[in-house]
Design a binder for this molecule. Structure first.
Ligand code: NAP
Length: 324
């Protein structure tokens, strides 16, 4: 019996963008509870280039939390496409449905391909008002903003979103505004007009004004940046405030306790959630949530996508175009 093949990107070893290999691989088959998706576009996330490199930026004490990465492996968690076939017992979707989702996060993925199998529990119907490129940009970044911010935010709270123009940040800004928060955005200068279009109340250009000097008495910080200077953000919070960290940072637990500040998401780690994704899709179709695209790259040129991602300063998302 001949095996059908497809184009996909594989990684055989940890390394730079050069280890992303565009080649022929066997086309997968949907199992029970899965559909086979003809991928039209695949979203690119920092998790993809960090996994490709073997997570060299993760300190020793956090390495136990890294999911095992198979080699060779097809990267990518976010996709948008059309259901090609449905697996045994699947009734949720039909052949021909347009779907989007974050598939098998954190230990699976395989979206950088012409076809991908996906558990139906990881998918929702694609919003009809946007194309596949935009839809593929949504799942991981929007779910990160939904699960760690939107669900627990109270109307009227003052929130600082650090890294506000990036993939996660630009969804966090809009979801916080939908919740009725007062939103202060920190980003580099070139994103100011973009962030005002998204509805922010205040803007700080962190390249000219240290955030910790400009702000006090904030209820909540949503920090997508982390890093070696992250601890300085604590002085921005009021007593009783919370810092939601979605990246690794050098926050001092001892200092936080002294200041009466909670650090953490207060939630389980990021996970696929079809119901949340469907709600996000409805906000998009209602034109209340907008998707910003930084760069679109053909799947065959995937290395360019990772080079762009790792160069930083993104405004919105990078997406791989799989179907021209
Ligand atoms: N915990 C989780 O489950 C989870 C889920 C998703 C993502 N993440 C992590 O969250 C991080 C952000 O993800 P993302 O997709 O939003 O990344 P991204 O699209 O690359 O965005 C990062 C943004 O931060 C800005 N930035 C860089 N340095 C900054 C600084 N010092 N102060 C303020 N802004 C700064 C960048 O642009 P400018 O410098 O031009 O402003 C960029 O817009 C990644 O490290 C990712 O791995 C974690």
């Amino acid at each position: 019996m001949s095996v059908e093949t497809m184009k996909a990107v594989q990684v055989y070893e940890d390394g730079g963008p050069e280890v992303l290999i565009y080649e022929d691989v066997p086309r997968p088959v949907a199992g029970p509870g899965e559909v086979l998706v003809r991928v039209y576009a695949a979203g690119v996330n920092p998790a993809d280039w960090r996994a490709r490199a073997g997570f060299p930026d993760v300190p020793e004490q956090f390495r136990h939390a890294i999911p095992p990465i198979a080699r060779p492996h097809i990267p990518g968690f976010d996709l948008s496409g059309i259901v090609e076939t449905v697996g045994p017992d699947v009734t949720t979707f039909d052949t021909g449905d347009a779907v989007f989702g974050m598939i098998r996060f954190p230990a699976g993925g395989k979206a950088y391909a012409e076809y991908a199998t996906a558990p139906v529990t990881d998918l929702a119907l694609k919003p009809t008002s946007i194309d596949h490129i935009q839809a593929a940009a949504v799942p991981m970044a929007a779910l990160t903003a939904w699960q760690f911010l939107y669900q627990d935010l109270e109307p009227g709270q003052t929130i600082l979103i650090n890294g506000a123009a990036g993939g996660v940040g630009h969804f966090a800004v809009q979801l916080a505004k939908i919740k009725g928060a007062y939103v202060i955005a920190a980003a580099s200068g070139r994103h100011e007009a973009f962030l005002h279009e998204l509805g922010i109340d205040e803007y700080i250009d962190y390249t000219t004004t240290p955030v910790e000097q400009a702000l006090r008495n904030v209820d909540l910080i949503y920090d997508t940046v982390g890093g070696m200077n992250a601890d300085s953000l604590l002085s921005v919070l009021k007593h009783g405030g919370r810092l939601i960290a979605i990246n690794i940072g050098n926050y001092s637990a001892e200092r936080a306790t002294r200041l009466g500040i909670t650090i953490g998401t207060g939630r389980p780690s990021l996970h696929p959630d079809a119901a949340q994704l469907a709600k996000i899709g409805r906000l998009i179709d209602a034109a209340r949530l907008h998707v910003a695209i930084d760069t679109v790259v053909p799947l065959s040129q995937v290395r360019q996508a990772h080079i762009r991602g790792e160069s930083g300063h993104l405004r919105g998302k990078i997406v791989l175009r799989v179907v021209e």
